[in-house]
Design a protein around this ligand. Sequence first.
Ligand code: SF4
Length: 313
Amino acid sequence: MQTVSQSFYFSLKDYFKKKYGKRVQKITVALPFTCPNIDGTKAVGGCIYCSEGTRPGHLSPQIPLGIQISEGIERAKRKYGEDILFTIYFQSYTNTYGDVNYLKRIYDVALEVENVVGINVGTRPDCVPEEVLDLLEEYAEKGLEVWVEYGLQSANFETLKYINRAHGVSDFVDAVLRTARRKLKICVHIIIGLPGEDEEDIIETAKLISALPVHGVKIHPIHVIRGTRLADLYEKGMFEPLELDDYVRLAVDVMEILRPDIVIHRLTGEVEEEKLISPWYCLSSHKNKVIDRIKEEFLKRGSRQGCRQAFNR
Ligand code: SF4
């Protein structure tokens, strides 16, 4: 009998297990970065759903990076045992938005830690000059695992304008093509349920990603965080996030379109209770429930990632 634990999609856990033969745990850190979409270089105010550069509440850029990493590693070892490896995830704000010498210093700190096999660098597609890609490629050439994580969110330019991304789809395509010339891995972040979007928009976003040399995708449902402009829209009744059933259906639609070699890094939001307004299922404590529902949907459809690939290859 089939169970929901089957591999319906190519998870990050499976990817790491295949490559390293063991668990590789992501350790998330916060550095004192900002974002060109906040500081006025590209725009002010940031994306309408952004709160503190999407920094998890337990992280503080005031804590030295080395300590954040060692504390994260200790937490992971307590949970998963000693026999694991690590990648360091530079997550909040725009982690390539700085002087290249500073970037080298912080990436070096992360990559010099024992059992760290790589870094994940979260950034915007309009914030990766060649000198930054050169730097990142130097690490990849030493055999380290370097993922550049681009926020795209939607392939609909009207949506990007509405949510104040302050970059276009063309910036994204340009960044992906420049990154793909190097030994770097590319992960794309997309959001399902953005204001004004319907199923066609979401499918088009999945098709664009599948057509490009992308190695991984993070998918999450739109969620409303306190203090954001999206929260204002929500309070005024001008925006409603997706119900769980709709999110599950659309997330599976997206994965059916994505090429089967694309690694699924994430499938839901993980927000702390004190920050989240809606929807309820984006609380960190509901992560496994959402993932189980997605697996059940695959099982019900008899489908899997890539079964509706958009292009003949
Ligand atoms: S690009 Fe990222 S950090 Fe910048 S405003 Fe948007 S969500 Fe926030």
